[in-house]
Design a protein. Structure first.
Length: 132
């Protein structure tokens, strides 16, 4: 679910949770590691949707130069009780494509979480839970 529209992918979702680390060295010895990057991204090819639903997915309306592209959270959920739920927060579309000559016109969409601050605290990029 993204912006109140349910998107069913043609071949599932590919979720990347990346943690970049850099060694903290002292006299050539590794003492610890520092986090240099934290990223959450998802790639998928949406199944057949209306033009309006694809416009909502791609964020074609209401954004101008300098506006934040982050626009809500994406919830990827199983359908039965106990199945996993992944919530990717503050998502924005990084890239997308359109295919011509096919029933499903949308190509692969790549979205990423955007780190935001709330009362001086960085917000979570993702959350895991289960269907209740």
């Amino acid at each position: 679910v993204w912006n109140a529209v349910t998107y069913k992918p043609e071949d599932g979702f590919e979720i990347d949770l990346n943690l970049g680390l850099e060694p903290d060295l002292y006299q050539g010895l590794t003492l610890n590691y520092r986090i240099t990057e934290l990223e959450a991204a998802v790639r998928f090819v949406p199944g057949p949707h209306t033009e309006a639903q694809l416009a909502t997915l791609m964020g074609w309306g209401g954004k101008g130069p300098g506006d934040s592209a982050a626009n809500g959270s994406m919830v990827i959920s199983g359908s039965a009780s106990g199945k996993p739920v992944v919530t990717l927060n503050n998502m924005m579309v990084q890239s997308g494509s359109v295919r011509y000559g096919r029933a499903s016109r949308a190509g692969e969409i790549t979205m990423a979480s955007v780190r935001q601050e709330s009362a001086g605290v960085l917000t979570a990029l993702w959350a895991f839970s289960t269907v209740e």
